[in-house]
Design a protein. Structure first.
Length: 270
């Protein structure tokens, strides 16, 4: 079997990281007043606060997706039809890192999160480049890393949204849409290029209903996030194992153990 080992161009990677990290570093020193607007639809009153920082982080997420496409455009094994699969995690990572950076003052903690975000983005970009070629020597490591980071970013996203204490009609799409995309991405990695939309839809519907009921329980943001991610992880792992035709006796053991441990952690930190 042919085995390859490719790494991204360091100049392209440096330019991509420099633009993103420089924007992160400069944004706290740009002071623009927050604005808000009110809207009433069918007697439903909606109040939304517009923060320039979150807009910039959203733009950075789009830039990260475009930058990833540019970074892997010179990969010898790239497939133009599947390039969109590599946009999700860089965009999600760049956006989610902005949540803690926008809520704390610049100081030691802020710079620690900034440094962690820089390392994380670097690893994500490199892993996405490696994951282009399923026969790459480091593909399995890259796939495990990308899956772990995607679930970690999903957890941070849920906790950040929960801290804002939004209504269910806001939190529901904000949580279920990323889960659908993460499920699609995980299947693509572990099935070596196959897209299983049916599994992703099923997982999203089940977890969406679970989160809808979970929303009304008096849980802290951290516990809410962990309890929401635990079954998400379990269902993704089980569905991937079933799709890859693993032994059914072994399919449920690891996901159920991990889910149970996460539930215990959520109860302890509540």
């Amino acid at each position: 079997m042919r085995s390859n080992q490719y790494m991204p161009d360091t100049n392209r990677l440096s330019v991509l990281l420099s633009v993103i990290l420089l924007t992160y570093a400069c944004l706290p020193y740009i002071k623009i007043p927050e604005s808000s607007f009110n809207l009433s639809i069918f007697n439903v009153y909606i109040e939304y606060s517009f923060n320039i920082s979150m807009l910039v982080y959203f733009i950075l997420s789009i830039f990260s997706a475009i930058g990833t496409d540019w970074l892997i455009s010179d990969h010898p094994s790239k497939k133009r039809k599947q390039m969109y699969q590599h946009w999700l995690l860089p965009a999600l990572t760049a956006w989610v890192i902005g949540f803690p950076l926008s809520t704390i003052q610049v100081g030691l903690e802020w710079w620690a999160i900034f440094a962690f975000g820089a390392i994380l983005l670097t690893l994500v970009f490199i892993s996405e480049y490696i994951a282009v070629d399923f026969k790459d020597q480091n593909f399995n490591i890259a796939a495990i890393g990308l899956t772990s980071v995607s679930l970690a970013m999903y957890l941070i996203l849920i906790i950040s949204i929960r801290n804002l204490d939004p209504r269910l009609y806001i939190i529901f799409p904000a949580i279920t849409l990323p889960l659908f995309l993460i499920s699609l991405r995980t299947f693509y990695l572990y099935s070596r290029g196959k897209t299983k939309i049916s599994w992703a839809i099923a997982i999203t519907i089940i977890i969406g209903q679970f989160i809808a009921g979970l929303h009304y329980l008096p849980l802290s943001a951290r516990s809410f996030g962990i309890i929401a991610v635990a079954p998400s992880y379990a269902l993704i792992r089980i569905s991937v194992a079933l799709e890859n035709q693993q032994k059914k006796k072994l399919v449920f053991i690891e996901p159920i153990i991990v889910m149970s441990l996460l539930f215990i952690v959520a109860i302890i930190i509540q």
